[in-house]
Design a protein around this ligand. Sequence first.
Ligand code: SIN
Length: 330
Amino acid sequence: MKSLFSGLLLALLAGHATAAADGPILIKFSHVVADDTPKGQGALLFKKLVEERLGEQVRVEVYPNSSLYGDGDELQALLNNEVQLLAPSLSKFSQYTPKLQVFDLPFLFDDLDAVNRFQKRAKGRQLLSSMEKSDITGLAYWHNGMKQLSATQPLQKPSAAAGLAFRIQSSPVLESQFQNLGAKAVKLPFADTLQALRSGTVQGTENSWSNLYSQQYAPVQPYMVESNHGVLDYMLVTNSTFWYSLSHSVRIELDAIIDEVTYTVNRAAEAQNREARERLAASGQVTLVSLSAQEREAWRQAMQPVWQQFEGEIGSDIIHAAKQVNRRSN
Ligand code: SIN
C-alpha cells in the first residue's frame, strides 16, 4: 500500500512513469556483462518484446558492459531512478539484505537444477521481496551458471590457492571463502577484473564459463578448474516506486514479458555455458583441470566453514530449505 501510494506520488510529481503526451515511458536496463551471455541476451529479448507488444507506450534502452553504470554505482542509480532495471549477480546485494548470501555458500547447490528448484519454492520466492524496505523489488531470478575457479596455476588442491590473490564480487561470504583457503580476496568491479589479472594484481578468480570466456580471461588465466563450487545467478530488480507508478495494464504486460524472457534465459543458460566451456577448451590457451571425487571433497571441506560463520545472518531456515533441493542431502 505504501509503495503504491509513494509510486503514485512519484508519478505525479516527477511524471517519470506515465506515458504522457511528451512520449513513451523509458526503461533503462543497465548491466555489466557482454551481449552474448545469458543476461546480455535476456536484456535484448526484453527490449524486443516490450517494443513489439507495448508499442508506443514503453521504450527500452539496454546498456551492456558497464557502459552506463557499473558494479560500484548501479544500485544507487536504480534507487535514484536514473535506471529502471538491473540484473546484478546475487552476490552484490549484501548491503541491502544478508539473506541473499545463501546463494554464495560454497557447495550448497549440487547443480543449476537444484538452484532452480530452490528459486521456485516458497523460501526462494520470498527472497525476491527481501529488499522492499530499500525500495528494491525483485522481479525474477535469471540463471547464469555454476562457478569455476581460474588461476595462473593448476589449483588441483585447495592448498595450492594459499598465498594467491583472487578477485571476488562484493560479498562477505566470498571473501571468507577465499580467506579460508589462506588466499587473499580482493573485491573488484567486474569491469576492472581483466586489467587486474593482466597486471598481476590478482592471480585468480571465480566465475561461470560464459563470463570466463566472454571476458577473455584465457590468455591470463591458463588454468580453469571445473569445480562447480558455487552459483552465479542474477536477480532482475527494479525501483519499487517506479514500478508501482506504472499503470496496472502496463505493469501486467511487463510482468508477462518478464516471465517469458525468464523462461528463455533460464532454459538457454546451461547450453550457453557448455558452449563457452568448449570454446575455452578448444582455444589452446587454457588447461581445463578436472577434479576427482576426492579432490572435490577436499575443496568442499576447505570452503564449507563459511556456512557456520554466516548461518546467523542468512537464517538457518533459508539454508535448510536450500539444502533440501539437492537430490542427495549435504
Ligand atoms: C555478472 O555476471 O553480472 C558479473 C559477475 C561478476 O561480477 O563476476
